[in-house]
Design a protein around this ligand. Structure first.
Ligand code: NAD
Length: 492
């Protein structure tokens, strides 16, 4: 491990140390590095398997004894204040996120604001967790009540570590649960730094929020199996989600799964093509392609395919790869060297099975060993190629031409995933037909990658189970109870 810290004051962060009382870590320390330069960002302590049972026991005790589960106003107040603290600390949080994860500073600032926005939204809903009541005959009535589930395990990925965390954590807390968070082991520092602003709130009961750190295969797995967890809310790869679901099944434990994608972005000849080129670039290159909703399969109507793809390749080849905090950089590194190696394997395969249209290049000098991969656009691949079918999680776009709407829908629905899609057309009727025909949790029309706290997201098929965001995203973290009143003792 190098001893060069990107910011000397972060050398003392020591994430997981005793003063972070909401973080339960009694294991070994590991270094957390900047993927562009390899410099140390922070030192992080890992949790142990014993820490997992302690954390879950602590969460259960807090859930049973604190005013949290019935205190909507309390929960709302705590969440509002946290959102404000996120905004007040945006400069430091965005820099730490950018250094640790590798995303551009601009995207990191967007992410901090998105996390605050989600927190605001659920702070509002925390006071309105409504049920229903109804007459059930002359002598009876029923009250149908959403109650918090109890202890929620929230397991998060590294690509949008704050926004995706708050998409699950904010509604889980707003609904009155206690939560144990296990962030990805590539992004522990930003998670703990941000959550320390929540844990510092004097009105947050001790034990309602606990964080565990360490490898998913050890600490995540122990959390999934731990006695006393009522629900697992997982965001990550489809294969990991599937194995979590199998384990949860043995205990009949509720799961919410936000998984992978291979999203189609469909461009018709009648679209505003300049706007669609910009949208297609953003769709596959946001977070350097490491985003579950990446528009990684471009489907273009054949009559404009040549000119459209030429324009896109020219834009992609003009992007500048470099340090994520350098304002002249237009394509940031990937999260790690191993992610780069994984993406490069797919690119090798794309060269063997199809035609790579973009330039191969890497930064030179001190960044030459960094986790950089250039934007890579590939044509002539068969639909069954792994490059077309599997989630790559890097800046790789496959291109296919189609002749009519039916073919476009068939190609769009031609993978196991169904997370998101884009449609570019000036024809409103066609946009509606495509929106109904494509099987995915989100369909963007003449735009891409716009997210709102108010609207649900989630997947069809292998992209997941359940919905996050919006009102439904809060009720996912509740159990429904019917309390029945009847002045007659028996029905007969
Ligand atoms: P991952 O599945 O490797 O890890 C996600 C989390 O699960 C991490 O915290 C990890 O430590 C933990 N984990 C790993 N193995 C585990 C196990 N056996 N038991 C319990 N926990 C375990 O995913 P990743 O590489 O961190 O993230 C990238 C993936 O996440 C991509 O597939 C992407 O599509 C997906 N993702 C989905 C969404 C969505 O909203 N649908 C959003 C972002 C990312």
């Amino acid at each position: 491990m190098t001893d060069t810290f990107v910011r000397p004051e972060w050398a003392t962060l020591d994430i997981g140390k005793a003063e972070h009382r909401f973080v339960v870590t009694s294991g070994e320390s590991f270094g957390d590095t900047d993927p562009a330069t390899g410099a140390l960002v922070a030192v992080v302590r890992s949790s142990t398997v014993d820490d997992v049972s302690d954390a879950v026991a602590r969460a259960n005790a807090a859930f049973s004894s604190s005013p949290w589960r019935n205190g909507g106003a309390l929960r709302s107040r705590v969440l509002w204040r946290f959102a404000e603290r996120l905004r007040a600390n945006i400069d430091e949080l965005a820099e730490l996120l950018s250094r640790e994860q590798g995303k551009s500073l601009r995207e990191a600032r967007t992410e901090v604001l998105a996390a605050a926005n989600l927190t605001d939204y659920y702070a509002g809903l925390a006071r309105s967790v409504y049920g229903r009541s109804m007459a059930l005959g002359d002598t009876a009535h029923g009250v149908v009540l959403p109650e918090p589930l109890g202890v929620i395990a929230v397991i998060t990925p590294w690509n949008w570590p704050l926004q995706l965390l708050m998409r699950s954590l904010a509604p889980a807390l707003a609904a009155g649960n206690a939560v144990v968070v296990k962030p990805a082991s590539l992004t522990p520092a930003i998670t703990v730094r941000a959550l320390s602003l929540l844990a510092a709130d004097p009105d947050l009961p001790e034990g309602i929020l606990t964080v565990l750190l360490g490898a998913g295969s050890v600490i995540g797995d122990a959390l999934v199996e731990a006695d006393g967890v009522d629900m697992i809310c997982f965001t990550g790869e489809s294969a990991t989600g599937s194995s979590i679901m199998r384990k949860a099944a043995t205990r009949i434990r509720k799961v919410a799964l936000e998984l992978g994608g291979k999203s189609p972005n469909v461009v018709f000849a009648d679209a505003d093509l300049d706007k669609a080129v910009a949208g297609a670039l953003d769709a596959f290159l946001t977070t350097t392609g490491q985003i579950c909703t990446a528009g990684s399969r471009l489907l273009v109507e054949r009559s404009v395919a040549g000119e459209f793809v030429d324009a896109l390749v020219a834009r992609a080849d003009a992007l500048s790869l470099g340090d994520q905090l350098d304002p002249t950089t237009t394509l940031a590194p990937l999260v790690s060297g191993s992610q780069r190696a994984s993406v490069e394997q797919y690119i090798d395969r794309a060269r063997a099975e199809g035609t790579v249209l973009t330039r191969d290049r890497r930064p030179e000098g001190e960044l030459s060993e960094g986790a950089f991969v250039p934007p890579t656009i590939v044509a002539d691949l068969p639909m069954e190629s792994a490059v077309v079918q599997e989630e790559i999680f890097g800046p790789v776009l496959t291109v296919h031409a189609f002749d009519d709407e039916d073919e476009a829908v068939a190609l769009a629905n031609g993978t196991q995933f169904g997370l998101a899609a884009g449609v570019w057309t000036r024809d409103v009727d066609r946009a509606w037909r495509m929106g109904r025909g494509i099987r995915s949790g989100t369909v963007w029309v003449n735009t891409y990658h716009h997210f709102y706290a108010e609207t649900e997201v989630g997947g069809f098929g292998a992209s997941g189970l359940g919905r996050q965001g919006g009102v439904q995203g809060l009720y996912e973290f509740t159990e429904t109870k019917h309390i029945n009143f009847d002045s007659k003792v028996t029905l007969w």
